[in-house]
Design a protein around this ligand. Structure first.
Ligand SMILES: [Zn+2]
Ligand SMILES: [Zn+2]
Length: 239
């Protein structure tokens, strides 16, 4: 519980750091794309090869439905209620982003960040090696996540201060997700498959399209590197 709180807070700080990178224009941010691609591959592998099989051990009957529900919740919040949302820097500001859009993106991302925290804590309820793997998968996309929300808030007409506060809110939502599972560990049987669905959504629908927008195959290969790093860790340190 203590360790998952520390790591949840660390993931939250990555959100805030991502917000800072955006707000401080002079900080370099090109390298964030590598985190997005690496995080997509690693997260996809953790969700499919660890989170789903571990959930199946609780309930083989309910796991597939809960994974689908997790996937649908994030699609609803990020892309249905919010008509325009994508990971990475928001550069189409005047075209799309009304003031209200900023808030709905923040709400959708906050629920997603909450499940980031649920995933980390659920992993630690089962075993510390699973907890660390899930933490690593989540951590890789946290800096780009904070960067994204800060950029959306700025593009929808908020101040730099408000943009940074929105990244702080994502950090708070992440820690709240850790706390819920930390206080009610038996909810792991629902939290783990739900957050597996969320992780698949984030990897395949939020992160991967961003890496695919890059010209050339370099960034696409970084996705495979993410999968390979996961497999390597799994071989070296079996759960
Ligand atoms: Zn846009
Ligand atoms: Zn996230």
């Amino acid at each position: 519980m203590f360790l998952s709180l520390i790591l949840g807070a660390l993931a939250g700080f990555a959100d805030i750091f991502g917000g800072l990178v955006l707000v401080r224009r002079n900080w370099p941010h090109h390298y964030l794309r590598y985190f997005i691609a690496l995080g997509a591959g690693f997260m996809m592998a953790v969700a499919v090869l660890d989170m789903i099989p571990e959930s199946m051990r609780f309930s083989a009957a309910w796991t597939p439905a809960l994974v689908l529900i997790g996937y649908c919740i994030i699609h609803l919040l990020e892309h249905t209620i919010t008509p325009h949302f994508h990971f990475g820097e928001e550069t189409h500001g005047h075209e799309f982003l009304h003031a209200r859009t900023g808030w709905s993106v923040l709400f959708g991302l906050a629920v997603h960040a909450f499940f980031d925290g649920v995933a980390i804590a659920s992993g630690f309820v089962l075993s510390s090696s699973l907890g660390w793997l899930i933490f690593l998968a989540i951590f890789l996309h946290k800096i780009p996540e904070g960067f994204t929300i800060a950029s959306v808030m700025l593009a929808s007409g908020r101040t730099r201060g408000a943009a940074l506060v929105s990244a702080v809110l994502l950090a708070v939502a992440t820690v709240a997700g850790v706390l819920i599972i930390g206080l009610l560990p038996h909810w792991v049987r629902i939290g783990l498959p739900l957050s597996a669905g969320v992780a698949i959504y984030v990897a395949a629908t939020d992160l991967l399209p961003e890496t695919n927008r890059e010209p050339g195959i370099g960034m696409a290969l970084v996705f495979f590197l993410g999968v390979a790093v996961f497999l390597l860790i799994r071989v070296l340190a079996p759960v």
